[in-house]
Structures are given as C-alpha cells and as structure tokens.
Design a protein around this ligand. Sequence first.
Ligand SMILES: Cc1cc2nc3c(=O)[nH]c(=O)nc-3n(C[C@H](O)[C@H](O)[C@H](O)COP(=O)(O)O)c2cc1C
Length: 340
Amino acid sequence: MSLNIGPYKLRSHLLLAPMAGITDKPYREICQYFGAGLTYSEMISSDLSLLKTRKTQNRLLQSSEPEPRTVQILGTDPRVMAESAQFNQSIGANIIDINMGCPAKKVCSKAAGSALMKEPKLVKEILNHVVKAVSIPVTLKIRTGWETKHRNALEIAKIAEDCGISLLSIHGRTRKQAYTGFAEFETIRQIKQAIDIPIIANGDIYCAEDAKFILKYTQADGLMLGRITRGQPWVFEEISNALNHQKNDPKHKSPISLETKKIIILKHLRGIHKHYEDKQAVCIARKHIGWYLSNLINWDENLLKSIRTEIFSITVAEKQYQKLEEILIILITKRLSATL
Ligand SMILES: Cc1cc2nc3c(=O)[nH]c(=O)nc-3n(C[C@H](O)[C@H](O)[C@H](O)COP(=O)(O)O)c2cc1C
C-alpha cells in the first residue's frame, strides 16, 4: 500500500498524530526511528507576532529534521494563515497541515480548530488562501463535525478536495465529544467513497487488530496514531509488522526487546534534555518517563507509585537521566533472571 503526499512517497501508512505538548522534535525522532510514515509538529499559531515566544520557538520545524517535514498551523484568518504557511515554507517545511480538529475551548472560543467546521464558507476561504500561498502540499485535519446532529465532515471533505488539499485526516469524533465516548468510522468510510484525495482514519486505534479492522472498514489510505504511542513509540513497528506479515510468519509478532526499549528511552531523554533548557526539560521529560514506566512491565501499583515519586522529585537533568538508567537496568536484570 503506497501513500503519497504531493512529491513525497511515505515509507509507511501509519502516521503520528499531532499532539500539542507531546510531538516535539525529540518525540518525532523516536517515532520516525520506529517507522512512522509522517510526523507533524505540535500546532503553531498562525499569528506571526507570537514567533518570538519560547513556546513557538520550541515548536518550529528545524531544517535538520528528515523530509517530509510537516508543520501544523492553527488560525481563523485566511490571510494570516496564508502568511504563516509562507513563513513556515521559507524555514524548511515540506508540508503544511491545517488544524480543524482541535476541540480545546481556548482554541474554539476564537473559532479556530474544530470550531471552523461550523463555517464551511470560511473553511473554503482559508483553504484557498493557504493552498495558493505556497508551492508545497497542504493537508487538513478535521473531526466528523461539530456535534452528532451536525456531522458535516463530508461537506468539508468535498471543499478540501476542490481547494487542492493533498491529504485529509479525520478523527472519528465530533467537536462536542472532545475525547469522550468512542470514535466512529462510518463517516470516514463515506468520505473515502466520495472523494479521491488520500484519507487517513484516526481515533482510538489501540492495537494491530483495531488497525486492521479500521483499514478494512473505511478503506482509508492510512491511519494516524495518537495516544497509543505515548510511552510506547515502538507500536509503529509492532503494528506495521502485524499488518504486513501473515499470522504464521514469526515477523507478525516480533516484540521489541526490553534492552532496545531501554536504549530508545534513554536516547529520547537525552533528546529532551538537549532540546529544552534544563528546568523545562526535566518537567517535560517527567510525563514521558511516567508513560514509559507504566508501559514497560506489569507493575505492583505501590512500587510503581514510589518509583515515580522518587524520579519525579529530581530537578536536575543529568540526575534524572542517571536515575532512569538505574531503574531500567534493574528492570532488565530482574526480568532476565526471572526467565532463567
Ligand atoms: C495531548 C493531546 C494533544 C493534541 N494536540 C493536537 C494538535 O495540536 N493538533 C491536532 O490536530 N490534534 C491534536 N490532538 C488530537 C490528536 O491528533 C488525535 O486526533 C486524537 O488524540 C485521536 O487520536 P487517538 O485516539 O489515536 O489518540 C491532540 C490530542 C492529545 C491527546
């Protein structure tokens, strides 16, 4: 199954979902290592006056990142968004993604993110302006609609196709649902049948069986993985192996070893420590450490809690690294001795 965005042939049809506060450069690198076909920057405001803020600076793509580099922009004003797209192209973005999927109140009160789906005319204006402003592919991420009674994703998808959008990803929830309930895939299936641009299905994909079912049901061209990747970025490789190999092939289920996980986790931690200044780095690393630890083994809850408390109390990057390395070595040694 091959998936192209403009001139870019993606190496996998499993994409990393944009997640503000998570999919920074160090995280994207780790997911790319495990085979993510495309990664997105965390969303960046299209307001260029915010460029100097530390938050935006940390989120900008860097030309050292592998192609295709995709930046996600957020905004409401077609001209401002077009300027933002041009700026991001000028600093090395290969693909511009437009966020019409974010349900956050902070975003929706300004009618950006998924609130835009309520205004198809404005959507058309934004897409036309952005597509015309740049010479690189523009993609769009949406939800199924504003609320259950107003599932207008198909209407928005047709506008997107007419405006020259190169790929459309759809989270199978409405804005009102936020992250509650379950994602539905019927709307995505209908969109896939109705339009010709590549369609990516997103929402509640937690294992290879989910991935297989959703691909078959929607006939989507690819899948986008979000929360499942936290603390286990190797799911890209595991799900890809399961999709690409028959059940009787040993490669179908080839779990990543604890030793490899240890190396990757520590590499990720070094990446975070390098990307942010010391204090911020230690805070950002804590949430990833928490996710990694709870995913690694079946813990006794109290033990996990006390280990977390200990490592979360550390405020210096190098000490945080040493402590995590120590914990991982103990985990691996214990696991090995238990299997002897
Ligand atoms: C912490 C967090 C931050 C997110 N930030 C963004 C974002 O910046 N842009 C966006 O389009 N979607 C964002 N999303 C939505 C995800 O891209 C994705 O659509 C959603 O999590 C559903 O996929 P999942 O069930 O695989 O997690 C975010 C989700 C989470 C959990």
